[in-house]
Every structure is written in structure tokens, then in C-alpha cells.
Design a protein around this ligand. Sequence first.
Ligand code: PBG
Length: 357
Amino acid sequence: MAVSTASTAYATSVTSHSTLDIRHATFLPRRLRISPQIRAMVRETQLAPDDFIYPLFVVHGHGLKNEIGSMPGVFQWSVDNLPREIESIAKLGIPAVILFGIPESKDPVGLENFASNGIVQQATRAIKAAAPEMIVMTDVCLCEYTDHGHCGILNTGNGDRPHPHLPEGYVLNDETLDVLARVAVSHAEAGADIVAPSGMMDGMVSAIRVGLDAAGFDHIPILSYSTKYASGFYGPFREAAQGAPKFGDRKTHQMDPANAREALRETALDVAEGADMLMVKPALPYLDIIRQTRDQFPALPLAAYNVSGEYAMVKAAAMNGWVDEERVVIELLTGIKRAGADLIITYHAKDAARWLK
Ligand code: PBG
């Protein structure tokens, strides 16, 4: 009996003593969650409309505002409709747009890409005339302009291919660099504030830097798509921009989703070539890459591209009533920023800016 009484008493005293101990020795996390005001005061990551860059698809024609089937709420705009759309973007406090053009006709090189009356050049002039303070970024790549849908000049021809030792249809690197430099200069001539090469060609940043500098545009920054993965999440974009490859894929230049160390090596190269800003793309499956890039390259501004497929998934679930769109969008954008991105290119930008007001 005595033994059992003693052990019960001991157990009781240990329980109450250890509970008391924990409450005094550590903080109680719930103290700082008790009200919206206190939660706001200790919030570590602040999301704001000026973190956003809004993508715009521009097409030839008049009076056009074509909704993209797989991207509800996102449109292809004709140039005459841009000033009004830009005004609504600016009113929401979004400081920048990035332009993607759908050309009138396509060819193996993508001639409209660097034509002074090309669609992106026209759109850039129209936006800068209507809203000079709006930052215009342009995507510099070949895929929307080439008839084969690839991001560069192809190794084609029987026997007389430019590179007999490379496979038929291979995307040629240095031949493509010459075109990319011409495109960047042409965008700068039209008034673009920042050029953003997305083709993952080796040496693209230095080729564009040399081209811009030689043409008197040494003041134009380069936002390099420095870490761009060969991703299934670009599907809806390829409908929006009509730039899907007619055969094959982009795996000989875009990165393998399995690789993280390689991303740091890629990025170091772009920094050495003179990139002014870096990017990780897509965003959500690559938050670890955003964090590592932020930590390894703390001096450079870092953008993350929350891509079309990421947007489409959220829209589809929200339209089915399966998730609360506002909550999940603010949560995922906050997550991208918390991971280390300074800037977020996102199709949610206008909605998110409205919700943040
Ligand atoms: C290439 C480019 C692509 C995207 C941006 N720039 C497509 C690709 O690499 O196939 C995708 C963006 C998105 O999915 O939202 N010009």
C-alpha cells in the first residue's frame, strides 16, 4: 500500500511541476497570435503590389481582348486596348509589366522579333506613350516567332546542315545569340526599360550586353531567366503565346527539374556575364532554388516567375469551389516572397493587388 501511495503522489507532482516548468521556461507562441493587430505587428513577410510584375500578351489587330481558355481572366490584347489596361494596372499600384508578342507570321528565324514595327515594339511604344512611368520589360526569346516553335535557330538541312556533328533539329547556340542581341536592341529602341532573355542559351546575357552597349543602351538592365527549368507548367502559356515546339521539347537548353546545384552554377555564369537581376522559374515547385539563389547571390535582385500552369491549377480549383482563391493566392505569393524572391511575375497580380488594398 505504502509503495502505491508514494508512486501516485510522485506522478502527480512530476506532472504539475513539469507543466509549470515549461510554461515559465519557454515562450507561449499563442501570445503573439491572439489578435489581428498583434499578428500583423510580428508578420515577417510583407506582400505588396509593388512586388508584382504583370505579364501581358499582345496581338496584331484592333479592339481585341481574347481570353485564353486555359487561363481564365488572362487575355491577348491588341495594341489599341493597351493604354486602358495599363491605366488599370497602374491604379492598382503594380509598377511593371512583361510583354509577350504573338507575331503576324512566323518563319525559321522569327524576323518580326526584331522588326521595328513588330508587335512587342508597337506595344512598348504605346505603353510608354500612355504611361511613361510604367516599367516595360520584354521577354527576349525566339519561340513565339519561329515557325518550328523552338527557342533558337535550328540545325536543319541534309548534309549541308550548319553543324554536321550536331543532331538534325538541334537548337544552335551561337547562331541564336546573334538573333537575341538584335531582338534586345530592337526592344530597347522601342523604349523597353528592361530586357529579359528567357531562352536558356549559353552566353545569352553577355551577347545581349555587348549588343546593347554597342547600340548605346548600356543603361538598360538585363533580367536574366537565369534558372529556368524544362517544366510541364508552361502548358497554358504555350496556348496564350502560341509558342509550342512543333516537335521535340526544350530539354537540351532548359534545366532538369531534378537539379539544384546546377542552378547555382548557371546563376554564377549569368552574374559573371553581367546579369543585373536574376530569376527562378517556375516558382512553386522550386522554392528551395529561390532560397538557395537568394542566399548564394545576396547582392542581386531576385525575381520568381509564378507561371501559367501554376495559375491555371489555382483558377480551376477556385472555379470548382474547392479552394478559396483569395486565401490561396495570397498564401502562395507570400510563400514565394518568404522563400527569397524580391519580385514576382504573376498572372494573379491584379487580383492580388486588389485583395491587398
Ligand atoms: C519563352 C517563355 C516561356 C514562358 C515564358 N517565356 C515558354 C517556354 O519556355 O516554353 C512561360 C511562362 C509561363 O508559363 O507562364 N519565351
